[in-house]
Design a binder for this molecule. Structure first.
Ligand SMILES: Cc1cc2nc3c(=O)[nH]c(=O)nc-3n(C[C@H](O)[C@H](O)[C@H](O)COP(=O)(O)OP(=O)(O)OC[C@H]3O[C@@H](n4cnc5c(N)ncnc54)[C@H](O)[C@@H]3O)c2cc1C
Length: 319
């Protein structure tokens, strides 16, 4: 594999590849490695400095059982996947963001040295997912610091050693929230509780057992946060109990939200018509649908890369 950067950017540089893969998480790496192993040219870009997408911040075990037959951490799993990419002929550009995709099968990208335009035959969007923010809910009160999505808190804690706070309340019971609840207890913080509007916790059963039950995290079902207190720092939240109508003030310095994940398809905005997306545009991994396990995102990417490479090779023979 080659790691490529372009040199002079005085004018928009032109690059050409048969397959452009946007995102080097579990899905994108597998797609790029399998496509290039099938003999087509592949360019894979990612706006982060290291490959793996969210894998480097998932320091807990629970990855790779299906794909490698052993339990690994996210970084270990990511290294295995990167190994295959590294030994392929795909060109990998870190620190490089796709800004837009045009109907003429081109993408504008920007990286360390400026902008470039990439022409491609097929494009794979493997950009992962976004977290639903607190402000999408009808929440009143102040807008202080101390409020993070679970993914942000995980990234800051695991990759930047940032101390988010010491008295933590969690709204929503998605997998990342449950994993972070356990992590905060392990770090010696007080997890005051987790509020969930439904009458049951979200996420995988495994996480409920290993993170919530095993660490005795207090759970409030049929409850939500309706008001934020404190400025400039968070001092508390009002928890509304849906069935009784009672409100309860919880004092905390950190609010973590785990309200759900949504595929990030922002790059494809404007490309969809009544007939759907163009036939050269493909989604995989969490950009297609939210995968509970990385193995599934990798498997989908691997198959897509292989199928697209076969399609390109058939087209070459017809020319
Ligand atoms: C907290 C958490 C815990 C998990 N625990 C487990 C577990 O225990 N076991 C398990 O098997 N799975 C687990 N998963 C699920 C699994 O990790 C994911 O489903 C999988 O890794 C998603 O891979 P992806 O490639 O689709 O997306 P991502 O890993 O999100 O990769 C997308 C990449 O695209 C990049 N990108 C986005 N937009 C652009 C752009 N415009 N230009 C360039 N690059 C861009 C992003 O920066 C990112 O690097 C967990 C997930 C989370 C969030």
């Amino acid at each position: 594999m080659r790691t490529a950067f372009w040199k002079s950017m005085s004018s928009l540089r032109k690059l050409t590849t048969e397959i452009l893969v946007i995102g080097s998480g579990a899905a994108g790496m597998a797609a790029a490695a399998s496509a290039s192993a099938s003999g087509v040219s592949v360019l894979i870009i990612d706006d982060r400095s290291v490959p793996g997408g969210i894998l480097p911040q998932c320091v807990h075990k629970g990855f790779g059982l299906g794909r490698y037959g052993k339990e690994m951490t996210g970084p270990e799993y990511g290294r295995e996947e990167y190994h295959a990419l590294e030994h392929s002929s795909a060109v990998y550009m870190p620190d490089t963001r796709a800004l837009s995709i045009g109907v003429d099968r081109s993408a504008v990208i920007t990286g360390r040295s400026g902008m470039a335009e990439v022409s491609f035959s097929e494009c794979i969007i493997a950009t992962g997912c976004t977290e639903r923010p607190l402000w999408s809910l009808p929440v009143s009160g102040t807008r202080p610091d101390g409020i993070y999505t679970a993914g942000e808190a995980q990234e800051m804690t695991e990759l930047s050693s940032y101390d988010v706070g010491s008295r933590i309340f969690i709204l929503g019971s998605g997998d990342i929230g449950q994993i972070m609840a356990r992590r905060f207890v392990q770090l010696g913080k007080t997890v005051i509780g987790m509020a969930e509007q439904n009458d049951h916790l979200g996420g995988m059963k495994r996480n409920q057992e290993e993170c919530i039950e095993a660490y005795s995290i207090p759970v409030m079902l049929r409850a939500t946060v309706t008001e934020i207190h404190g400025f400039p720092h968070l001092t508390g939240v009002t928890v509304h109990h849906i069935d009784t109508g009672n409100d309860e003030l919880i004092e905390c310095d950190t609010l973590i939200t785990a309200l759900g994940l949504e595929p990030d398809r922002s790059l494809a905005e404007g490309l969809e018509t009544d007939d759907g997306y163009p036939d050269w545009l493909h989604f995989c991994g969490n950009a297609d649908f939210v995968h509970e396990i990385a193995d599934s995102a990798s498997a989908q990417g691997e198959k897509l890369g292989r199928d697209l490479a076969s399609h390109i090779q058939r087209s070459r023979k017809e020319v």
